[in-house]
Design a protein around this ligand. Structure first.
Ligand code: ADP
Length: 378
């Protein structure tokens, strides 16, 4: 049964805004996407009013979910500050201004000044780590997926969240094209593939739809994918971040309860500069950088295996040393990494005994050891 935009509007007309008028007359709704029973839109309000709107968002979501035929309703509350306006008050512990569901109450309240105060643990998930890069095209997603598989090979229970909402590539890299189902609590069940629990916005919307999402909506959608997904019990949830170090990434790094971040860089100077920005960004929000991975580090001939350092080599290692950040490893530029990724059969799964799988496992081992070290220190 297909759901129409008009049905969604009819349902929203019955929800009252804090100003008393119907939500549909409050001039706050974005365009509404309703495809295959999946409904997405945002409520765009001034940051100063965001708190008053949170219950409206929840009511709107409930109203949309009640429409027969709706399987997913993702409604984001986006709070934008007017130019020149004072920043919104810091969120109260356990309260969110971004359309986030209330979170578990067992976390002690933290100082509102701390960026961590916005974060909340995900029940059942022991550690969330980000895989980030200063810019696109450096192999971040390929590395995130193969690193997740490397961690799986260490006997850990691992999930992968593709938060690269501007261009989700996990559907292509994993060959997953099915839509997640809902459990009895109406949470999305991640797709199990290669022994990983996998979720991507690309499973829910067409790539073009994902591309037009505006900054604040990105955060809300990602937060919902973290919390409205039945992740189950995981040792590590790997989050494939959107590329770059702009505001969207900063907000994400601030709002996702990260135990650490892995930065992917290629050897060229330019991307090393970008990697430095990534380090600075995570430092700003007190997320420990677990290390730098140099991807496409050297060219390995697919025929004879000869190594050529065509980009100049060792840049990321030196940079990591200089910055006092661990260096996690070098991944060659190799045809089979590209072909396996692009055919939905990542190299660690398709060639588990090959040299590349071993490299990703080694990187995974360093990441795991660091997380364990951090736990022990805590
Ligand atoms: P990003 O997430 O940084 O945009 P992707 O992971 O999508 O980058 O990778 C971009 C392209 O580079 C893809 O075609 C991918 O298969 C390829 N690629 C990534 N890493 C390697 C590698 N080590 N060797 C060969 N090709 C690679």
């Amino acid at each position: 049964m297909s759901v129409t935009q008009q049905q969604v509007l009819d349902a929203l007309a019955k929800v009252a805004s804090p100003r008393g008028v119907a939500l549909t007359n409050a001039n706050v709704l974005s365009a509404i996407t309703a495809t295959d029973g999946k409904v997405f839109f945002s409520i765009n309000v001034d940051a100063a009013e965001a708190r008053a709107w949170e219950s409206v968002r929840a009511q709107a979501e409930a109203a949309v979910r009640a429409i027969p035929g709706v399987s997913v309703a993702m409604i984001a509350l986006t709070a934008e500050r007017k130019p020149g306006a004072a920043p919104p008050p810091p969120p109260q512990p356990h309260r969110h201004t971004h359309g986030v569901q209330p979170v578990s109450a067992h976390k002690p309240p933290q100082s509102p000044a701390s960026p961590m105060s916005k974060q909340a643990e995900i029940p059942g998930v022991a550690a969330v780590i980000a895989v980030a890069s200063g810019k696109g095209g450096v192999g971040k997603s390929t590395t995130a997926l193969n690193l997740a598989l490397g961690l799986r090979d260490l006997g850990l229970r691992v999930g992968l969240l593709d938060a690269d909402i501007y261009g989700p590539s996990v559907p292509r890299l994993t060959g997953i094209h099915e839509k997640p189902k809902l459990n009895d609590d109406r949470k999305m069940i991640p797709i199990e593939r290669f022994g990983l629990a996998i979720m991507s916005i690309g499973f829910l919307v067409e790539e073009e739809t994902a591309m037009i999402w505006r900054g604040p909506m990105v955060m809300s959608a990602i937060t919902q994918m973290l919390r409205d997904v039945a992740w189950g019990t995981l040792d590590i949830l790997v989050v494939d971040m959107p590329p770059g170090t702009g505001d969207a990434q900063l907000t994400l790094a601030q709002n996702v309860p990260l135990k650490g971040a892995v930065i992917i860089s290629t050897p060229q100077d330019l991307s090393l500069i970008d990697a430095r920005r990534g380090l600075a960004m995570f430092k700003k929000v007190n997320v420990p950088v677990l290390g730098i991975v140099e991807n496409m580090s050297y060219f390995q001939c697919p025929h004879c295996g000869t190594r050529s350092d065509i980009f100049g080599h060792g840049g990321a290692r030196h940079e990591a040393e200089r910055l006092g950040v661990p260096f996690l490893g070098e991944i060659p530029l190799h045809m089979s990494i590209r072909t396996t990724s692009d055919s939905g059969n990542p190299v660690v799964a398709s060639e588990p005994d090959g040299p590349h799988a071993a490299i990703y496992r080694e990187i995974g081992t360093k990441v795991r050891d660091q997380l364990q070290g951090a736990n022990a220190a805590a």
